[in-house]
Design a protein around this ligand. Structure first.
Ligand code: GCU
Length: 612
């Protein structure tokens, strides 16, 4: 496989009145003759980084001319155009011909272009629309910035007619001294090949073999002795290489992928990595860094994960959508466990079959893209979704079944912000909880009892505290007692107390601070927030380390002094109050949350449009 990058200086044009289709902007001449004021933009990049378009939500058109290095050869090769990420709805034309359309902002997509690709000058036109869609994934309301445009790499992929697809590397630890590596794949055409396993550690080929001509599907297993297991402490990697033995392409590498030998499993109420009990201690991360938007340079992503590892965290939750695959490559090498999620977030149109199909496609694409990364241990199919609604419960349950069918080697669950009434949690491999006790509501001191209460309906599974946190405006300090909210001292006190409380609960197998870095959002607009969610342990400028940043290494493993054991009171309270909480959630909470979201969103737009 060869790739030809289309990253570079493109031209673009906003289409605020959405006239481009009707006006045939996909035809070269249409644009050239009209002398439109084209805006140069380096792709990949979000169009919200263009002056005057920072809040823009709508249609943008992109134009790019390119010529391939080598003459096209359709008898031996197929040519695809691949987008690694473009938000939200993307349509593509090549030399005036419609190539295809993709809905979804965070997973890769590609189209075959043999029919319209030319050896000399090619004219590529891309229309991207990040208008929010109630039937979309995510839907209208979400607490992150809606960066629009072609924000990840664009490549021409040149593929042998005879090639591999969906190569899956599944590892199994058989004994302390042996492991099995199972390779399954699909073949287009027919191939005769040699495979080899390279141990990164000493760069040696440790196993290799040949396979005679195969087509369609095939699989085989390799057994290795004294395997080096992958874990955060020792992220040992191997590489699978598949080499073409057909005459024409003597020893061309047809496929290669790093992988790690590791096993993540849930058993007897705990989480086990390589058969050892593990606690996840992590932080969530949005794919955003100013001034780059979502197009974060590789070294900056590396810096983020290095810092996260240095603080002592062993895992990262990629909120609330698939990040660029580069993040996983770094996590594989550094040794960080990754939780991945598709952006089924808050209130989506759970009654719509189209919306379900969209979510299902995103999930399958995500698993297909990241299956071979040892760092990835978890697929979440939704965040803070209204599972008390039957249609939502069904939607989520079906997505979890789908995820398990595509990958039974990883944890599958969804993330809930419900306290005591979410019985659906029983359907996930683990029970995941988001709650901002001591921030949005409640008194910190009550947390221990509340957790014992919340946990009651799911006693036999590990719990993961997927989100907790407090906002702090960098530099807002408070000396003395009772620090106010948004001060760095309040954030420190809340996170310190919460971490110690969770660490003292054996049924919690992990926790994730919301969030590593302050991020842009139109839903947060008070005097401290000003369009940012301020729950980061660092400010939006990564250099702004808040007080908690310095204390975390000491707090991570601390436990609350043994106080009064509230486990049984928690269970009793649950039994007494469940009927009410179920009623309240089913009827009142929905009403409140939806109206709050609507109002906050409208207010957010107003305030950002008229800051004074
Ligand atoms: C929720 C949600 C996050 C959001 C956070 C907050 O829990 O999952 O996306 O940013 O609350 O309000 O800070």
């Amino acid at each position: 496989m060869q790739t030809y990058s289309l990253n570079g200086q493109w031209q673009c044009l906003p289409d605020e009145n959405d006239i481009g289709i009707e006006d045939k902007w996909f035809l070269y001449d249409k644009i050239k003759d009209r002398n439109y004021h084209l805006i140069p933009l380096k792709i990949p990049n979000s169009f919200n980084l263009i002056d005057g378009y920072d809040l823009y939500e709508g249609v943008f058109w992109f134009f790019y001319e390119f010529e391939l290095k080598n003459k096209v050869d359709f008898s031996n090769f197929d040519y695809q155009i691949k987008f690694k990420g473009s938000n939200y709805n993307t349509r593509v034309w090549l030399n005036g011909f419609f190539i295809g359309e993709h809905e979804g902002g965070f997973t890769p997509f590609k189209f075959l272009i043999n029919d319209h690709l030319k050896s000399n000058r090619n004219y590529l036109v891309v229309r991207v629309d990040n208008t929010r869609d109630k039937d979309g994934i995510p839907s209208i309301y979400f607490d992150w910035f809606n960066w629009g445009g072609i924000y990840r790499d664009v490549d021409i992929i040149i593929l042998n007619k005879n090639r591999f697809r969906d190569v899956r590397i599944t590892t199994e630890i058989l004994t302390r001294k042996s492991a099995k590596i199972h390779i399954s794949y699909k073949v287009i055409g027919k191939i005769k090949f040699e495979w080899q396993i390279i141990d990164y550690y000493n760069n040696e080929i440790i196993e290799n073999g040949k396979r005679t001509t195969v087509f369609n599907r095939d699989e085989f297993s390799i057994y290795i002795n004294n395997p080096r297991l992958w874990s955060p402490q020792s992220p040992a990697l191997y590489q699978l290489q598949i080499i073409d033995l057909s005459l024409m392409n003597k020893r061309n590498i047809l496929f290669q992928s790093d992988f790690g030998i590791r096993k993540i499993e849930v058993r007897s109420g705990g989480l086990y990595l390589n058969k050892k009990k593990i606690k996840l201690k992590g932080v969530s991360l949005h794919e955003e860094l100013l001034p780059y938007g979502r197009t974060i340079p590789y070294n900056k992503r590396n810096e983020d994960l290095q810092r996260i590892k240095k603080i002592g965290f062993n895992s990262v939750r990629t909120a609330h959508y698939p990040h660029d695959e580069a993040l996983l490559e770094i996590a594989d090498k550094l040794g960080l466990l990754i939780l991945e999620e598709i952006p089924v977030y808050w209130d989506c149109n759970y009654k719509s079959r189209k919306t379900f199909k969209l979510a299902a496609k995103m999930l399958v694409n995500l698993i297909g893209r990241d299956y071979n990364h040892p760092s990835v241990i978890w697929w979440s199919v939704g965040n803070e979704i209204p599972t008390h609604k039957k249609e939502c419960a069904k939607f989520i349950e079906n997505l979890m079944i789908l995820a398990k069918n595509h990958d039974s080697s990883r944890i599958v669950t969804y993330v809930s912000r419900k306290l005591t009434s979410d019985l659906m949690r029983r359907k996930g491999d683990v029970a995941a909880l988001n709650t901002y006790f001591g921030w949005y509501f409640g008194v910190m001191k009550m947390l221990s009892l509340i957790l014992d209460w919340i946990r009651t309906p799911v006693l036999n599974k590990p719990w993961i505290f997927t989100e907790f946190g407090a906002g702090a405006k960098f530099g807002y300090r408070h000396k003395g007692k009772n620090p106010p909210k948004f001060s760095e001292e309040y954030q420190l006190a809340l996170l310190d107390h919460t971490i110690k409380t969770i660490n003292s609960k054996e049924y919690f197998s992990g926790w994730f601070i919301w969030i590593f870095r302050d991020f842009k959002t139109i839903l947060k607009n008070n005097t401290y927030q000003q369009g940012f969610n301020r729950k980061g342990i660092v400010g939006e400028k990564s250099t702004e380390k808040k007080l908690i940043y310095y204390h975390l290494p000491k707090i991570l493993n601390k436990k609350r002094k043994k106080g009064f054991n509230t486990k049984f009171i928690g269970i009793i309270l649950w039994i007494i109050f469940f009927p009410f909480s179920h009623f309240i959630t089913t009827h009142l909470v929905t009403l409140i949350t939806t109206n709050v979201d609507k109002k906050t969103y409208k207010r957010g737009i107003q305030r950002l449009l008229n800051p004074n």
